[in-house]
Design a protein around this ligand. Structure first.
Ligand SMILES: [Zn+2]
Ligand SMILES: [Zn+2]
Length: 823
């Protein structure tokens, strides 16, 4: 009870989001000795342990019978999160029905600005012991480990609070932990804990001093890698990133600086030295100028506006973003730009650095904990005014935000597929509204949701309908693979038509991209005697054969298995590899075109350090004739030499049991077609398909977005799918099927009751999820459809409460509001 008992200190009550899987905030008492503010991090007792939490708001009372405990202490002197970010976090927890602590955990850097340091202090008893030891007649005692240790502490005590444990270990490895423990037990030494600021390590910006000399002096491999990286990527603001890639250290940079090959600078003053002419050197087309003018006016209003920028591929959206951000900085406000999978788009990063220098902080999941921590704090301290990042950067602690840009807003990587299951794009819109900022969603293939919002007047629609430089869109030709089979009687990945086109490309020295959206060598291993396929032990899917590793790999959980020489169930040796992935296609193309330089780009390649960038650079520099890859090659790259794009199987995604299958196929085909003809020569695209009349394929071939939108929207309306209805995916899961079924039964009964009072609610299921088992968990699915998001959200929260009451643990029920995938 909050009622003051006699003798209890008069403290105030606050709600705290404890960083744990707890659905709601907990109320704590603020002791008189402490002062806490909303957004501040605190230590609180939780059960028998000590936890960290974020102070939310003061409360006047607690539920009867609730025993309030005291806050133990504050972590940071200042609030970490602004009122704006607190509101965003609470909105996310509520809207996505996610534990509030999990949301705030996702928002924060993992480490605190200060760190705990343990000091050892020599006590009076320790001093006495030292004197005794030193007066000993025996040399072994006077010079022994104990005496040395105590003397070391005695020497330190004059200067600071004492010696740190780390310092002692560094001083002498012979001073073992047991000795410290012994000294503490004897009372010679006291341990004290203090918070210390994390030392800020110096960060240098690095750039080439000039063009690389024709005949460079003799260089070490590290030095060569450093120079090559700078040459390819342009200047960097953080030298450590460069060194990590080049596997070198600061001394390499200093040596190159002394040799006059590169310049090191304080990151702080870097932007001032960025040549202005480099920035605005590209002249905007009149269409770009007009869009930029509209956006600048909206920015100047200092009010919330949401804009959908529908610009066809290569229409120059990035040039507009950069200028808009520059205008925003001129007004003294900060800017945020979200991109899908940033580590995979080095070109955007270097453009940002060229424009905004050290004012940029980059936030993405590929960073180390220290890097993320530092980038976060640079934004928090106001040193970085521009944040470029992936979906979690929507939480970047920028003050006075003027513009939020979401590039390629249709990309599914904006959706987090683990708790909290938020959508970065939708979070960005809410963030902008809270900050009274302008939000720009850009895409050549907008999501149905965003286009619907634009059509219904929720967003303002701006268009770019021409490619820059007066280039025309690529001409798309469909190759009917059914006819190919009828005429050749063989099933091959490369049709005669595509082969002929590739040959012509190779003869003229032009480059080609080949898309096959499936990695690995073969899809699965089939026993021809008994029909058995080799499945993952954790998931209900077949394992994919990867030839390079000579392994069978699960693309969901990463489980790997050796390749058997005989069938596990019948012992037959007639094992057959079915289907082809990018790895096999690469081998096949190398075999078909022995003179061509073929490379591959997919997630397997991208995982190898440095490979991704190297392949992109080599391809841009025309050291590669043909690039084979998954959808990774369709994302935002600009290769002027590519005049032919071949799509090996356009049908890959169409068969998926997901209402977005057609939309994804349309987007992928349009995006990959957009890679062709970005240089001076026009581009051509060949799309191989078994379903040439499917509207997603036909309309992508015509690059007719409007046509696709109307057709797809009719289907969504008929079937009650977003954007025409609100949708949630509910999965009951358990490591045993009976567990999952029991939870599903409970959910089913609850939903039946709710349906009686909510006639707008439609429930599909329970049924086995399309992926009935993932990572060892059985999954039973419900799809919930309602006429409004608000009513659906209300039902989901009541369901979560109900599950809590029934003692069902949160991991047993996955709630996915506005799901991007319903597999
Ligand atoms: Zn068999
Ligand atoms: Zn698996």
């Amino acid at each position: 009870m909050a009622r003051k008992k006699p003798g209890q200190a008069a403290g105030s009550l606050v709600n705290v989001a404890v960083l744990a899987a707890i659905r709601s905030p907990l109320t704590y008492l603020v002791p008189n000795s402490l002062e806490v503010r909303p957004g501040q991090r605190v230590h609180v007792p939780l059960g028998t342990r000590r936890a960290t939490g974020i102070v939310l708001e003061p409360v006047s009372r607690v539920a009867p019978g609730f025993k309030v405990r005291e806050i133990l202490g504050v972590v940071d002197p200042e609030p970490l999160l602004s009122p704006e970010l607190l509101t965003l976090g609470l909105w996310m927890a509520e809207y996505y029905v996610a534990p509030v602590g999990e949301v705030f955990r996702a928002m924060l850097p993992l480490r605190s600005e200060t760190r705990r340091v343990r000091f050892l202090i020599l006590t009076d008893r320790g001093r006495q012991e030292l004197r005794d030891l030193e007066s000993s007649l025996l040399e072994e005692i006077r010079g022994g480990a104990e005496a040395k240790f105590l003397r070391y502490l005695a020497d330190q005590s004059g200067t600071s609070a004492g010696a740190t444990l780390e310092g002692i270990r560094r001083k002498s490895s012979r001073i073992a932990t047991e000795l410290v423990t012994h000294a503490v037990a004897e009372g010679w030494v006291a341990v004290s804990e203090q918070e210390r600021d994390r030392g800020q390590r110096k960060v240098f910006s690095v750039r080439l001093a000039g063009p690389l000399p024709e005949h460079p002096p003799r260089l070490s491999p590290v030095a060569r890698r450093i120079l090559e990286a700078l040459d390819q990527r342009g200047p960097v603001v953080d030298h450590r990133e460069l060194l990590k890639a080049a596997r070198g250290d600061l001394s390499h940079l200093k040596k190159l600086q002394a040799g006059g090959l590169l310049e090191l600078g304080e990151s702080r003053d870097f932007s001032d030295r960025t040549p202005q002419d480099k920035k605005e050197s590209v002249e905007l087309t009149s269409a770009q100028t007009s869009v930029l003018g509209d956006l600048t006016a909206l920015l100047a209003s200092r009010q919330f506006h949401a804009v959908l920028l529908h610009g066809i591929t290569a229409s120059g959206k990035t040039e507009i973003y950069l200028r808009l951000i520059a205008r925003c900085l001129e007004q003294g406000r900060a800017a945020l730009m979200l991109v899908p999978e940033i580590s995979l788009t080095p070109s955007v990063q270097s453009q940002f650095l060229a424009w905004f220098g050290s004012q940029v902080a980059v936030l993405h999941s590929g960073l180390s904990e220290t890097e993320r921590h530092e980038a976060w704090w640079r934004a928090r301290r106001g040193e970085a005014k521009v944040v470029l990042g992936t979906r979690s950067a929507v939480f970047a602690p920028l003050a006075d935000l003027g513009v939020v840009i979401v590039d390629e807003e249709h990309d599914s990587s904006y959706k987090q597929e683990e708790t909290p299951r938020y959508h970065g794009r939708d979070g960005a819109v809410v963030r902008a509204r809270l900050a009274q900022a302008l939000v720009v969603l850009g895409s050549a293939t907008p999501s149905l949701e965003s286009y619907w919002n634009a059509r219904t007047g929720k967003y303002l629609l701006l268009k770019l309908e021409e490619r820059i430089g007066g280039r025309s869109l690529a001409a798309v030709e469909i190759v009917d693979m059914r006819q190919e089979f009828r005429e050749t009687h063989t099933q091959v990945p490369i049709s005669r038509r595509l082969k002929q086109e590739i040959e012509a490309q190779l003869q003229s020295g032009a480059q080609t991209m080949i898309l096959l959206n499936r990695r690995g060598y073969s899809w699965f291993l089939l026993c021809r005697s008994c029909g058995e396929t080799h499945r993952c032990v954790n998931c209900s899917i077949s394992l994919t054969y990867h030839r390079r590793e000579h392994k069978l790999i699960c693309h969901y959980c990463g489980y790997t298995a050796g390749v058997p020489s005989q069938c596990a169930s019948c012992g037959s040796e007639h094992l057959h590899y079915v289907g082809e992935g990018t790895e096999k296609l690469e081998a096949k193309l190398t075999e078909l075109f022995p003179a061509a330089r073929v490379a591959r780009l997919d997630r397997d390649v991208a995982q190898r350090a440095g490979q991704y960038r190297k392949i992109l650079t080599d391809f841009r520099q025309r050291k590669i004739d043909m690039l084979v890859g998954t959808q990774l090659i369709s994302k935002g790259h600009d290769f002027p030499g590519v005049t032919l794009v071949g799509v090996v199987s356009a049908d890959q995604g169409l068969g998926m049991p997901d209402f977005r299958a057609a939309e994804r196929t349309f987007q992928l085909l349009t995006q990959v077609a957009g890679r062709a003809g970005r240089g001076d020569s026009p581009g051509r695209v060949l799309v191989q398909t078994f379903y040439p009349e499917h509207y997603a394929i036909r309309l992508a071939a015509d690059q007719n977005y409007e046509g696709f939108y109307s057709k797809e929207l009719r289907f969504r309306r008929m079937m009650h799918y977003p954007p025409c209805a609100a949708l949630a995916n509910l999965i009951a899961q358990g490591t045993k099927l009976e567990q999952a079924a029991k939870v599903a039964g409970e959910i089913g009964r609850f939903l039946e009751r709710v349906q009686r009072t909510s006639p707008g609610l439609k429930v599909l299921g329970p049924s086995a999820a399309p992926l009935a088992r993932i990572e060892g968990r059985f999954r039973i699915q419900f799809l919930l459809k309602a006429s409004s998001r608000a009513s659906l959200n209300d039902i989901l929260r009541r369901l979560a409460d109900h599950c809590e009451d029934k003692g069902i643990p949160p991991p047993a029920v996955m709630i996915d509001m506005d799901p991007v995938s319903i597999m």
